[in-house]
Design a binder for this molecule. Structure first.
Ligand code: NDP
Length: 282
C-alpha cells in the first residue's frame, strides 16, 4: 500500500490566503468588506468570530463585527441585516451560529442577500448548488473539495460516503462531490449497516459531531478520510475520526486540529472576495 498522506489543512489554507491577499491587493477601489453578526455571549462563537476577524485582516479584507445582545428580537436582527444588505462597503454578511432559541436561523439565512451570503446558506444559493450553477456555497465543503484537488485525490468516479446530513456540512458536501462526478451516499443516524457502507468508500467524510466515532472498522484500506468533526473533550480538541486507530490503514487523512478547520475560514475569505468581484475571481 502507498505511504500514508496526512493532508494538512493548515498548510494549504496558508497558501490559499497568500493567493487571496495577492488578488485583493490588485483590486482597484475599496477592499472587500465582511460583516459578522454575533448575537449573545457564547464563548465558542466569540473565539470563531475573532479568528475570522484576524484572518480577514491578514489578507486585506475589512471586517466589521456587529455585536447584538442575547435579548435582541428577531425583527431587530433582521433590521440590522437589512442595513448590511444595503451597505455598499459590505460584500459579505454572516450571522454566527448558534442563535438564541427565539431566533430562527432559517429566517436569518433567508434575509441575507444571496449575493452577500458568504456562508452559502440562503435557499437561492442552495438551489444554485444543487442545480450545478455558480453561486456562494458553504465554506467547509468548498474547502474540502479544494483540499482533495490540491492533493490530486481522484473524485471523478470515486465512491464517496458522507456521515452526517446537516445543511452546513453533509448536504452541501454531497452536492459538491456530485458536481465532481463522485458517486455519493449520505448517511445519518437512521442508516442501517453504517459500517458496511462506509467500508465501500474511496472518500469517507465524517461530519457527525461525535468524538472518535469513526474507527478502522468503518474504513476501506487505502481510503481518503476527511474529518470535519470538532469535539471539545477532556483530552482537548478531537475529531469524529479515531486518528491513531484509522491512520495506519487509510491512504490519506486530515488531522484535528489543523485539518478542515483552517480551510473553512480560508474559504470564507475566498467567498468574500468572490462577492466583492461579483463572482469573478481570476
Ligand atoms: P449536526 O449535529 O448538525 O449533524 C450531525 C449529523 O451526524 C446528523 O446528520 C446526524 O444524523 C449524524 N449522526 C449523529 N449520530 C450518528 C450516528 N450514530 N450514526 C450516523 N450518523 C449520525 O452537525 P454538523 O454537520 O453541524 O457538524 C458535524 C461536526 O462537524 C461537528 O463536530 C461540528 O463541530 C463540526 N464542524 C466543523 C467545521 C469545521 O470547520 N471543521 C464546520 C462545521 C461543523 P441525523 O440527521 O439522523 O440526526
Amino acid at each position: 500500500m502507498a505511504e500514508l498522506s496526512v493532508l494538512s489543512g493548515r498548510k494549504f489554507a496558508k497558501e490559499v490566503r497568500r493567493n487571496l491577499a495577492e488578488k485583493i491587493e490588485k483590486i482597484s477601489g475599496r477592499p472587500p468588506g465582511l460583516a459578522v453578526v454575533i448575537v449573545g455571549d457564547d464563548p465558542a462563537s466569540r473565539v470563531y468570530v475573532s479568528m475570522k476577524e484576524k484572518a480577514c485582516g491578514r489578507v486585506g479584507i475589512v471586517s466589521t463585527a456587529v455585536n447584538l445582545d442575547e435579548s435582541v428580537s428577531q425583527e431587530e436582527l433582521l433590521q440590522e441585516i437589512n442595513k448590511l444588505n444595503e451597505s455598499p462597503s459590505v460584500d459579505g454578511i454572516l450571522c454566527q451560529l448558534p442563535l438564541p432559541a427565539h431566533i430562527s436561523a432559517d429566517v436569518v439565512a433567508s434575509a441575507i442577500l444571496p449575493e452577500k451570503d458568504v456562508d452559502g446558506f440562503h435557499p437561492v444559493n442552495v438551489g444554485r448548488l444543487w442545480r450545478g450553477e455558480d453561486g456562494l456555497f458553504p465554506c467547509t465543503p468548498v474547502g474540502i473539495i479544494a483540499l482533495l484537488k490540491h492533493h490530486n485525490i481522484k473524485i471523478d468516479g470515486a465512491d464517496a460516503v458522507i456521515v452526517g446530513r446537516s445543511n452546513i456540512v453533509g448536504k452541501p458536501m454531497a452536492a459538491l462531490l456530485l458536481r465532481e462526478s463522485a458517486t455519493v451516499s449520505i448517511t445519518h443516524s437512521h442508516t442501517s449497516d453504517l459500517q458496511g457502507l462506509c467500508r465501500k468508500a474511496d472518500i469517507l467524510i465524517a461530519a457527525v459531531g461525535r468524538p472518535r466515532f469513526i474507527t478502522r472498522e468503518f474504513v476501506k484500506p487505502g481510503a481518503t478520510v476527511i474529518d470535519v468533526g470538532i469535539n471539545r473533550t477532556d483530552d482537548g480538541l478531537v475529531g469524529d475520526v479515531d486518528f491513531e486507530n484509522v491512520a495506519p490503514i487509510c491512504g490519506a487523512i486530515t488531522p484535528v486540529p489543523g485539518g478542515v478547520g483552517p480551510l473553512t475560514i480560508a474559504f470564507l475569505l475566498s467567498n468574500t472576495l468572490k462577492s466583492r468581484t461579483n463572482g469573478v475571481v481570476s
